[in-house]
Ligand binder design. Structure first.
Ligand code: UD1
Ligand code: UDP
Length: 395
């Protein structure tokens, strides 16, 4: 029996680790699966834990309002020492590029515990963009023993950095596993089938939840008035201040000019996001600022949207599978595969660039259709299965 300790702390890590946790639990004769959440996020993490039925064995509960990088780093590092010493894992698994992921890797290294890194090898090679994620992920690679790269491109970055070839596996991204689980569930609920969810009452409660959290979308009067739904998310630290104001001013201008459009924006709970978004966008009749959505209602909304404006990493990976065009409001991306597939475009954070590119996509049907092709550059939904198979053979 090998003891695997999975450490994560934020919404996207939880979404991308959930399929690995649940797959490992299927192999309980080989692995003892232990989950530690740092709770770098609280509400946004808990939403995901409940959707995927994960009850953590350890919860460091570190989040504080408007926390800074020093707060997160020290609290996670100090909190994990006791967990590592008590849980005595044979392997610590981390995901992505958050400060939780990097610091968990660092802590494991201090105690000479091997590290497995899910979603390894993504790079911009720009130290401050995304900040601090580029360096978090890069530094984590230097501490990692087993690198699970989502694509060939991410593998090639690791090879360039002299990571031994036999330590790298291309698995696809586990976000596609999570996405497919939810899409399958929603399809089976649509047809009132019971193959996936089992109980009918549960099916009803899922539907009620999706509807309750997307009440704006289900308002038929609004939907007739504003037929094209633009879904927006944004939270990057490097855009705080001027970048965010530009983004919000661009959204305001689009909403004012295009009454056929409704902008739905589940606003990240970070106060540095909430402040400018509410100051600039509150009170505009076709802009709907809502709370962060649970994963299932959010995927539903993605599926129903006309186009997506975001700076999120995970959404850049999910949208191509759903055939939804994405305009990325960032100056760099560590995920070039969606751009190469022609379904994602990097538009920066300048107001005029965001407006021009959005208008073009709204008006140019040929361009829209080209960007709406569905593509799967990030995997086939079997990444977690591959990761667990690899762990079975290497441990
Ligand atoms: C973090 C990650 C980022 C990831 C993002 C996903 C770091 C440094 N940043 O950024 O890589 O892309 O999560 O969303 O690892 N808050 C709440 N409730 C929550 C979550 C956040 O109130 O459930 C508020 C708190 O005031 C908190 C603040 O948001 O202090 C910032 O959270 P933090 O994790 O530091 O930064 P994010 O911008 O969420
Ligand atoms: N997401 C969600 N609810 C929301 C917004 C996003 O469940 O209201 C999901 C989204 O589908 C994706 C992930 O959260 O899987 C992305 O998280 P985020 O943008 O916070 O982080 P990033 O991916 O940029 O690190």
């Amino acid at each position: 029996m090998k003891r695997i300790l999975l450490v994560f702390g934020t919404r996207p890590e939880a979404i991308k680790m959930a399929p690995v946790v649940n797959k490992l639990k299927e192999y309980s004769e080989h692995f003892t699966t232990i989950v530690c959440v740092t709770a770098q996020h609280r509400e946004m993490l808990d939403q995901v834990l409940s959707i995927f039925n994960i009850t953590p064995d350890y919860d460091l509960n570190i989040m504080q309002n408007n926390q800074n990088l020093f707060d997160i780093t020290t609290k996670v590092l100090n909190g994990l020492k006791g967990v590592f010493e008590e849980a005595k894992p044979d392997l610590v698994m981390v995901q992505g590029d958050t400060t939780t992921a990097f610091v968990a890797g660092l802590g494991a290294f201090y105690l000479k515990i091997p590290v497995g890194h899910v979603e390894a090898g993504l790079r911009t090679y720009d130290k401050y963009s995304p900040f601090p994620e580029e360096k978090n992920r890069h530094l984590l690679s230097t501490l990692t023993d087993y690198h699970f790269a989502p694509t060939e491109w991410s593998k090639s970055n690791l090879i360039k950095e002299n990571v031994p070839l036999e330590r790298i596996w291309v698995t696809g991204n586990t976000v596609i596993d999570a996405l497919m689980t939810v899409v399958r569930r929603q399809k089976s609920e649509d047809s009132q089938g019971s193959e996936v969810r089992g109980q009918k009452s549960e099916v009803r409660s899922q539907k009620t939840r999706v509807k309750a959290q997307n009440s704006v979308f289900f308002n038929s009067k609004l939907r007739t008035q504003h037929s094209k739904l633009i879904l927006v998310t944004g939270h990057r630290r490097e855009s705080f201040g001027e970048g965010f104001e530009n983004i919000c001013q661009a959204l305001k201008a689009i909403a004012r000019e295009r009454k056929d459009v409704m902008i739905v924006y589940p606003v990240h709970l970070n106060p540095n996001v909430q402040r400018p978004v509410k100051a600039i966008l509150k009170g505009i009749d076709n802009v709907f600022l809502i709370e962060p959505l649970e994963y299932e209602p959010f995927i539903f909304l993605m599926n129903e949207s006309y186009l997506i404006l975001t700076d999120s990493g995970g959404i850049q990976e999910e949208a191509p599978s759903l055939g939804k065009p994405v305009l990325v409001m960032r100056n760099t991306t560590e995920r070039p595969e969606g751009i190469e597939a022609g379904v994602v475009k990097l538009v920066g954070t300048e107001k005029e660039d965001i407006i021009r590119n959005t208008m073009e996509l709204l008006d140019n049907q040929m361009l829209y259709e080209k960007m709406s092709q569905s593509a799967n550059p990030y995997g086939d939904g079997r990444a977690s299965e591959k990761i667990v198979d690899i762990l079975s053979s290497v441990l």
